[in-house]
Design a protein around this ligand. Structure first.
Ligand SMILES: [Zn+2]
Length: 266
């Protein structure tokens, strides 16, 4: 009997990154070959969100994109610049607002600037009824404080690239967020603590992403200076199924369906 090909959805690929400029076509065909059927291109400032929208428009039925201002770039937020971000939602392929949130690990923008931009994204997501693509690093408490007043009205949202601790995970699950897991879980040094957390995520709230070109899964034996690519997503998916002690078929199909629903792809 012919094996049904596994299907994967990379919910976070930064394909507008300069490292993909020369060979995007190859990157995409290599990803398709291993079953990556869909991907969402992450927008992290105005220029990138425009590029992500163009790329996804050129690859209908394969790509969608997000539009937003990453916490690192929050200093670029202004009400007028933000209208350009919102305008991109008029395109069918632009499905999600973000990434947005708080990142106190690097503080490339001040915490105050980050909060202003974050709140604007939250309010716009509610007004436009689109999901949020959320980023939180070393800012869990403030993040919860900022978003809690909106939680009842908030459309479905994902905390992408979750790398926090057990309490943070349980809080996000309790708040109804989807959880995005990257190849961080394949990192025997930094990702160790995630191993015991993966089974705690309800299957209907789990999604996966490469965050390419960042976060190359470290256990693949590839030179660590290499860029990460969507074609490595199945590797992350298999690791997650293993950690959950569930059948890969069950885990992969649930994750894929979660992602289609999240991005409102019919
Ligand atoms: Zn992020």
């Amino acid at each position: 009997m012919e094996k049904i090909q596994e299907q994967f959805f990379d919910i976070g690929a930064n394909l507008t990154h300069p490292s993909f400029e020369k060979d995007t076509t190859d990157v995409l065909s290599n990803a398709k070959e291993v079953g990556v059927k869909r991907m969402s291109i992450t927008g992290s400032d105005i220029d990138e969100s425009i590029k992500a929208a163009e790329l996804s428009k050129n690859n209908p039925n394969f790509m969608v994109s997000t539009t937003g201002i990453h916490p690192h770039n929050a200093k670029e937020y202004s009400p007028s610049s933000f209208t350009e971000i919102i305008d991109l939602l008029k395109f069918d392929e632009v499905k999600c607002l973000g990434e947005t949130g708080l990142d106190f690990y690097r503080n490339f923008s001040t915490p105050e600037q980050q909060q202003v931009s974050f709140e604007a994204h939250i309010e716009a997501a509610i007004d436009n009824k689109v999901p949020l693509f959320l980023h939180e690093r070393q800012a869990h408490e403030k993040f919860v404080e900022v978003i809690t007043p909106y939680i009842k009205e908030l459309p479905e949202s994902v905390v992408h690239c979750f790398t926090g601790d057990k309490d943070a995970l349980l809080k996000y699950i309790d708040m109804g967020f989807f959880i995005g897991i990257t190849g961080w879980v394949c990192d025997e040094r930094r990702g160790k603590h995630l191993e015991s957390l993966i089974p705690l995520i309800p299957l209907e709230k789990l999604m996966i992403e490469t965050d390419a070109p960042y976060l190359l899964p470290r256990d693949m034996g590839i030179d660590n200076s290499s860029r990460n690519e969507p074609k490595y997503l199945p590797h992350i998916a298999r690791r997650i199924a293993e950690l959950r002690s569930e059948s890969p078929e069950l885990v992969f199909s649930a994750i894929y369906m979660n992602s289609l629903n999240f991005f409102n792809i019919l």
